[in-house]
Design a protein around this ligand. Structure first.
Ligand SMILES: O=C(O)C(=O)C[C@]1(C(=O)O)C=C[C@@H](O)C=C1
Length: 298
């Protein structure tokens, strides 16, 4: 049995829609597992508040603990040229990251040059909506444990012991969600080159609704949500010592995972697709656009 290869450097048609959807499907597993890991720890609200940690303001950093953690980790990863890959986007502005120490890889030019970056939306939604939701059980359990042990007060430093673990796991979730959402660019490029004539009028006279209607595939979304629920149910259950599944979803709330995709990840992927398409003709001459406009779906 052969394994599908999704690595950019290994050849194959990077705009094959089935191949791109294969990557999106694989990332479902990564995202569910990362969420399960993060859900083991309590919320740690102060880790997401700017200026909440004296230790950071003391060293002149104005952001939150998570933003500091992202910047430090991404600086290191930038040196290993992570953000030169067309499917990797840092949360820290690229201008604040160091250059790679390795020679550049020459990636095939698959995407049209663009400035689309959904990471600010991802970071804000993740910290405001996702973390509180997936950590609810762990936060309640921690509070109950403290009550049982007579630990009270010191609200400010209550959850500090988990800051390192929380941020490490936040980074895993954020990077996986970011990669998934930005794959929308490859999906959009694939759909565009398949039928440029359908898209061009709505790019020239920008019409988001028309572009969104062209890229939206309700049946694909329906199947995805169905598959995701089943996967989350399997991954979230416990297993007996002999490997027998115990049935009940205990590691994460399955509805929460499905809702995350339904109300955030898929809509944001669609938004990235539309934003990308709106930039798809930038810098092209009328003549070039004219030639492209004559290409219709085969
Ligand atoms: O698979 C596609 O065609 C996509 O555009 C990706 C995606 C998704 O986010 O999963 C987004 C919009 C479509 O309606 C279907 C699925």
């Amino acid at each position: 049995m052969s394994m599908p290869l999704f690595n950019f450097t290994l050849g194959g048609d990077p705009l094959d829609l089935d191949r791109i959807r294969g990557i999106l499907t694989r990332l479902e597993d990564t995202i569910i597992f990362a969420l399960i890991e993060r859900a083991q720890f309590a919320h740690c609200p102060r880790a997401y508040q700017r200026g909440a940690l004296k230790e950071l303001t003391d060293i002149g950093f104005q952001g939150s603990w998570l933003e500091w953690f992202l910047k430090e980790t991404e600086s290191f990863q930038a040196k290993a040229r992570r953000y030169t890959s067309p499917d990797e986007y840092p949360f820290t502005p690229i201008s604040e990251l160091p250059p790679p120490i390795l020679r550049p890889v020459s990636y095939p030019q698959v995407l049209y040059p663009n400035k689309v970056n959904a990471n600010p939306s991802i970071l804000s939604f993740y910290t405001r909506s996702i973390v509180p939701r997936i950590t609810r059980q762990a936060t309640l359990a921690l509070a109950a444990l403290k009550r049982a042990n007579g630990i009270t007060g010191d609200e400010e430093h209550e959850d500090e012991a988990n800051y390192g673990s929380a941020a490490t796991l936040d980074l895993e979730v954020l990077q996986a969600v970011s990669k998934r959402v930005h794959y929308g660019k490859f999906v959009a490029e694939s759909k565009f080159v398949d039928d440029p004539a359908a898209f061009i009028p709505h790019i020239l006279k920008p019409n988001r609704a028309a572009l969104e209607a062209l890229i939206t595939k309700p049946e694909v979304e329906r199947k995805l949500l169905q598959r995701l629920r089943k996967k989350a149910l399997v991954y979230a259950q416990g297993f007996a010592p002999d490997g027998e599944p115990l049935g009940e979803a205990v590691k994460i709330e399955v509805d929460g995972v499905v809702e995350l995709y339904e109300s955030f990840i898929i809509p944001l992927t669609r938004e990235v697709e539309v934003d990308y398409l709106l930039e798809r003709l930038n810098g092209m001459s009328e003549g070039q656009i004219d030639v492209l406009s004559k290409k219709t779906k085969q």
